[in-house]
Write a protein that binds this ligand. Structure first.
Ligand code: CU
Ligand code: CU
Length: 362
């Protein structure tokens, strides 16, 4: 994180004092807009003022005691009202600048040397990242849940699956991109400006750069149900060299992430199959990112139930930052892999269905 000559300050917005940090170069950073830097107190105050209603809800929500455990549903199982609420909340987060904070953080871990993808922390880091996104959705609408998209169940339908439909009674986050420029011109994100990499360091908004998808053009098929079945039987969690070169018959993490001789598989294959922004470092630009990673998380949670004697690895002898008690970077609070092993302790779980229900029949 930031270090050196920074110092803390406070800014009053409608009588509430909001803390911020002043960095060595004079710019300001506020916890509510992580990775968004402000040039002046006026600019920060104006942003806080613009989003104040939701900000106070957020402060209230973090103080509220969670009454129960959220069960994350299959995106196809939520009712029309909840789907509408989910889409509304995603759009609202985008409007508030909070959505793009997730895009920036994911971009940061892929470009600043943080070892998250291709390493053991791949699963725990994304588990916390999407939980933070779910909590952000709850800023807009208390009780809202993140949903997962079972891509293996949609492998046969491909781009004809309900998720990509743009007409009819139930539509989700828009359809395929244009056949020439990949622009997504349908659905609730059609008007979005997305964060695009303009040089090696910074993401900026470029006019004319909306959401991009190219379903099935980079990779002909989604992962098949039998690939999922196979990966669920792989143990242990990970193995040396704790990297993308780890043997996928002995590293559940590396197999599910989708490396190995036939890469891209599983998680990686889905990113490539969707294409467009999902193939880039700022992949959370596409809201389907969160549905995809919720399912990856569900697969890990299922693996944990199937293999109760296995746990996260490495324990102590792995690369720095990858051990079970090492804090992970670019999260709201430092979290270690050990602290992510029980989703119920984190406030959520997945439907407790038998595996045969979760996986489509062969
Ligand atoms: Cu990622
Ligand atoms: Cu991913």
């Amino acid at each position: 994180m930031m270090h050196g000559t920074e110092h803390a300050g406070r800014i009053a917005v409608e009588g509430v004092e909001i803390p911020f940090m002043r960095l060595a170069d004079g710019r300001l950073m506020c916890d509510f807009f992580m990775f968004q830097l402000f040039d002046s107190e006026e600019e920060l105050a104006a942003t806080l003022q613009r989003t104040r209603g939701l900000l106070w809800d957020a402060i209230g929500a973090t103080r509220a005691v969670r009454a129960g455990i959220t069960i994350r549903p299959n995106i196809y199982d939520i009712n029309d009202a909840e789907l509408k609420e989910l889409i509304h909340a995603v759009r609202k987060l985008k409007e508030m600048g909070i959505y793009d904070d997730f895009v920036r953080r994911h971009y940061a871990i892929m470009t600043d040397g943080s070892q998250i993808h291709t390493f053991p922390t791949f699963l725990p880091w994304h588990r916390v990242f999407i939980l933070e996104f779910e909590q952000a959705l709850q800023i807009v609408s208390l009780g809202l849940r993140l949903a997962f998209w079972n891509w293996a169940a949609d492998a046969a339908a491909g781009k004809d699956a309900p998720l990509w439909q743009t007409e009819g009674p139930r539509t989700f986050f828009g359809g395929d991109g244009d056949s020439t420029d990949q622009r997504v011109t349908t659905g609730p994100c059609a008007d979005w400006r997305i964060l695009t990499q303009t040089n090696s360091q910074w993401l900026t908004y470029r006019s004319g750069h909306g959401l991009l998808r190219a379903l099935g053009r980079g990779e002909p098929t989604l992962p098949q149900p039998d690939q999922l079945r196979r990966v669920l039987n792989v143990t242990p969690y990970d193995c040396p060299p704790w990297y993308m070169t780890s043997d996928i018959s002995r590293s559940f993490r590396n197999a599910l992430e989708g490396w190995g001789p036939a890469a891209p598989q599983l998680h990686n294959q889905v990113h490539v199959w969707i294409g467009g922004v999902m193939k880039t470092e700022p992949s959370p630009n596409d809201p389907v990112f969160f549905l995809h990673h919720a399912f990856v998380d569900y697969v890990w949670a299922t693996w944990q139930k199937l293999h109760p004697l296995e746990t996260y690895q490495p324990g102590r002898d792995g690369p720095p930052g990858q051990n079970i008690d090492d804090p992970m970077p670019h999260l709201r609070t430092p979290v270690t892999p050990r602290q992510t092993l029980d989703t119920r302790a984190m406030g959520y779980e997945y439907p407790d269905e038998p595996l045969s229900e979760m996986l489509p029949r062969l």
